[in-house]
Design a protein around this ligand. Structure first.
Ligand code: SF4
Length: 210
């Protein structure tokens, strides 16, 4: 299943109750001081999410913990992460066919084992944005762009140079440190079925200004 499919599963399908990796992650969140269940302070938007989150909301990313922990390729947004990805899904190999770059000199990009990481974005206001470009020599087209948090609205457009410009805007009710993953899923034009799908996960890390 693609990364975009993983996110759809997180919000629409049955949770993987009883699976060891899932129960382990949930137990960490259950004891985490950054979980709203343990008194962590939430923003106004996060408080709305908390109304339907039975195991609490992570105050770092604003996601319901029982949903965030159900996606195998995601990791805890704390620094350092309290739990990490349990599935590569082969993307580490596939990522070698892609590169990610940024124009903004205040940002930096690193290629991790499971994802690309864009960091250095500064949150100065309620709405902030980061842009990066994905390049590949594969014969592909974008079929979906999704994010790990509902606060992030990602959009991918193909440029005239055949590259893919991704913009991710984040709306918060106040500036905050923020980590989100944007998943851009491509399909290879000369292939069919699940094997044709390649997802490029880009972890974005914002820092708040004081
Ligand atoms: S995702 Fe990480 S930071 Fe958030 S509540 Fe769970 S353990 Fe804490």
């Amino acid at each position: 299943m693609s990364k975009a499919g993983d996110m759809a599963e997180a919000y629409l399908n049955k949770l993987p109750d009883g699976e060891r990796w899932y129960e382990h992650r949930k137990s960490i969140c259950a004891g985490c001081p950054l979980n709203s269940k343990n008194g962590a302070e939430l923003s106004a938007l996060q408080k709305v999410t908390a109304l339907v989150a039975k195991d609490g909301v992570c105050s770092v990313c604003g996601c319901p913990t029982e949903r965030k922990t159900s996606v195998k390729h995601l990791e805890c947004p704390d620094t350092p992460p309290k739990w990490t990805a349990v599935e590569a899904g082969g993307e580490d190999k596939a990522l070698k066919d892609f590169s990610v770059s940024v124009e903004d000199p205040s940002l930096k990009v690193e290629a991790g084992k499971l994802n690309f990481v864009v960091s250095g974005g500064i949150c100065k206001s309620e709405i902030y944005m980061v842009a990066f470009t994905i390049k590949t020599k594969l014969n592909v087209e974008v079929i979906s762009t999704s994010s790990s948090c509902g606060c992030t609205k990602p959009l991918t457009t193909k440029t005239k140079d055949g590259e893919y410009l991704v913009t991710a805007s984040v709306t918060k009710d106040k500036p905050s440190n923020y980590t989100t993953t944007v998943n851009v899923t491509f399909t290879r034009k000369n292939m069919k079925g699940k094997g044709a799908l390649v997802t490029v996960p880009v972890l974005i890390k914002f820092k708040k200004t004081v």
